[in-house]
Design a protein around this ligand. Sequence first.
Ligand code: SF4
Length: 267
Amino acid sequence: MEIEVKSQSDDEMIFIVRDAEVPFVNAIRRCAMVNVPKIAIEDVNIIRNDSAMFNEVLAHRLGLTPLVSDLDALEGLSLPEDDDWEEYSNGIMFTLNEVGPKVVYSKDLKSSDSKIKPVYDTIPLVKLKDGEELNIEAVAKVGYGKEHAKWMPTTVCAYKQYPEITFNEDVEIDYDCAQACPRGILKSDRRSKKIKILDIEDCAMCKSCVRASENGYINVGYRENDFIFRIETDGAMPPKEVLLKACDVLGEKADKFIRFSEEGGSK
Ligand code: SF4
């Protein structure tokens, strides 16, 4: 198996996996979505809420506010499988105490741990009218995406098989197929009597070009064992950390399975 990183930023990573199987790539995808620990607000204690927003909606908004959850931030925190995870005080405390008129933003959440804070300062939480007060304390905990979407580190975690475009040289060149591509991947070059493929990795395999070609000049397929994988996060964790952790989790699961098999399935 070969892996090639095509692009990487703070919240997005695109890489090519060659010579792999669908179940393996899909297992990585699932682990990245639901088995990688992330921090999110779990308990909310609303002391005063004069705003027009219901307490439940406000608590839901707080839960979905992305908090910094990189490896540094996660260090030393209880995981859901630990006995002390349930304890209210065993988390990162946030307070929010504001008086209107104003829009309360994520940056107004005050954290008890300087490492763990909202990823973005400008997420609007609630609007307060003149004299309205908001007084909240909240506790953030580590959790997994399999329990709730707020603990899902990925906003996009998907792969597609590597596209393959071929031309039928036995029929007349059909320039219409290039015009039909919604992504501008195909370019007609009438001088050299060819259709050029500009960026095959951007092909959505929608087959609009195939449908537009009446004489079957173009065909779109895919490579069975090559994949284009894309991970996008909400900024709480770098995508590379998500991927590495997902691989660790998958490795641990495989080890467990091997041990179970070696022990004759007795445990
Ligand atoms: S399959 Fe769709 S995206 Fe790909 S080349 Fe054809 S029209 Fe363009």
